[in-house]
Design a protein around this ligand. Structure first.
Ligand code: HEM
Length: 204
């Protein structure tokens, strides 16, 4: 087996384990609150909480390496595809939980969350489907990077908006979650400026 095949098997295994973890976390919401709308709400919230660290690790890996190359940051960057897919599959479980809220328990979602969240789900699905070497070759590296950069920024925005709304009602959750998202966003902007600075110096 080639090292590329080995990497793709370990990515698959990683993502399967992450999905099983998300399903277990969703089930714990129903186990603690029963087969009720509260149970579905808990499953929805817990799966979003589990998805956030996967997303931040995948989103922030390249910026971490730009400032502190080597060590665990490099391993994180090498594992970025597995991390991103773990986020996507965990968020598909969020989707199943929020769908059960409306289809089984009759909760209505606001138009804003249906349109904003729905579009973000389309992006997450496209990003997951193109997270492989064939798609990068087929789309070309530049177009692929543009899609994943905009998609990442959109996901970060939806997370930031959700947790900003919790800063007042639940500061123990809202403050650390919102600060982590803003922290990674600032690190990414600083890394982008650093890369652009070195490119300009190299061409001067
Ligand atoms: C059609 C799309 C979506 C709908 C209808 C939806 C609906 C919901 C609902 C009903 C909750 C639980 C609210 C509560 O009981 O307090 C929730 C929580 C949440 N959702 Fe979604 N969601 C959608 C997509 C997304 C997306 C795309 C993201 C992020 C990229 C996201 C991130 C979150 C977060 C961060 C929470 C809060 C979790 C917590 O309390 O820690 N959602 N969503």
């Amino acid at each position: 087996m080639t090292s590329r095949n080995l990497t793709s098997v370990s990515t698959t295994l990683w993502v399967v384990l992450a999905t099983l973890l998300a399903l277990a976390v969703a089930a714990s919401g129903f186990l603690t609150h029963g087969w009720t709308i509260e149970g579905a709400g808990a499953a929805t919230r817990l799966t979003a909480r589990l998805a956030l660290p996967w997303f931040l690790l995948a989103w922030g890996a390249s910026a971490l390496v730009a400032f502190w190359p080597g060590g665990w940051r490099q391993s994180l960057l090498r594992r970025r595809r597995a991390l991103g897919l773990s986020f996507a599959f965990t968020h598909f479980v969020h989707f199943a939980a929020l769908t059960s809220m409306s289809v089984i328990f009759g909760r209505e979602h606001s138009m804003v969350s249906l349109v904003g969240g729905g579009f973000t789900y389309v992006m997450i699905t496209v990003m997951a489907l193109t997270s492989n070497d064939q798609s990068i070759r087929w789309m070309g590296a530049k177009r692929w990077k543009t899609l994943h950069s905009w998609g990442g920024a959109l996901i970060a925005l939806i997370f930031a908006n959700s947790y900003m709304g919790r800063i007042e009602s639940d500061p123990a959750l809202g403050v650390p979650a919102f600060s982590a998202i803003v922290g990674v966003a600032l690190l990414k902007i600083a890394a982008w400026r650093k890369r652009r600075g070195s490119r300009l110096t190299a061409t001067a």
